[in-house]
Design a protein around this ligand. Structure first.
Ligand code: 4NP
Length: 163
């Protein structure tokens, strides 16, 4: 049984959806007492926003739910696919794009759509909120809060710690 678990969230820019996913998941992991066991990070398939904090609109929406998003954007590295145990992408476009970071196609079984872990929503993708209004950021957080509960259950099973 593994004793640690490495989880990477991936979207396009790493300034809206995946840093929010990282923030929501950190809280879920902390509340489950797994802070030292589960390593969480996020990255973008594009490098346009490297070094930037999350988009102010995402930070405002997250802060209203008690979440402080502190991560700085980075692009996915070729080594991420080998180093992480699970890579959760926000949409199908991310799923296609991430293939370019795994040229030998050795690790693609680790890559899954985040919405597979949602139980209260029918959506199959977390929609990109960047060009839309505030309701899009709320929708992202609703989906993330739903799915992260499922992701916790998945990790607990993989660690042999299922309740
Ligand atoms: P994200 O959203 O993939 O959820 O971080 C976006 C952020 C930036 C851009 C597109 C989507 N952009 O075109 O710069």
């Amino acid at each position: 049984m593994p004793t640690t678990f490495k989880l990477l969230f991936v979207c396009l820019g790493n300034i809206c959806r995946s840093p929010a996913a990282e923030g929501v998941m950190r809280r879920v992991i902390d509340e489950a007492g797994l802070t030292e066991t589960v390593h969480i990070d996020s990255a973008g398939t594009a490098g346009w926003h490297t070094g930037k904090r999350a988009d102010q609109r995402m930070r405002t929406a997250a802060a209203a739910r008690g979440l402080d998003l502190t991560s700085l954007a980075r692009q996915v590295h070729d080594s991420d696919l080998a180093n992480y145990d699970l890579v959760l992408v926000m949409d199908r476009s991310n799923h296609l794009d991430i293939r370019t970071f795994d040229r030998e196609k050795k690790h693609l079984e680790k890559v899954r759509l985040f919405c597979e872990f949602c139980t209260d929503h029918e959506e199959t993708e977390v929609p990109d909120p960047y060009y839309g209004g505030p309701e899009g950021f709320e929708k992202v957080l609703d989906l993330l809060e739903d799915g992260c509960a499922g992701v916790l259950h998945h990790i607990q099973q993989r660690l042999g710690k299922a309740a």
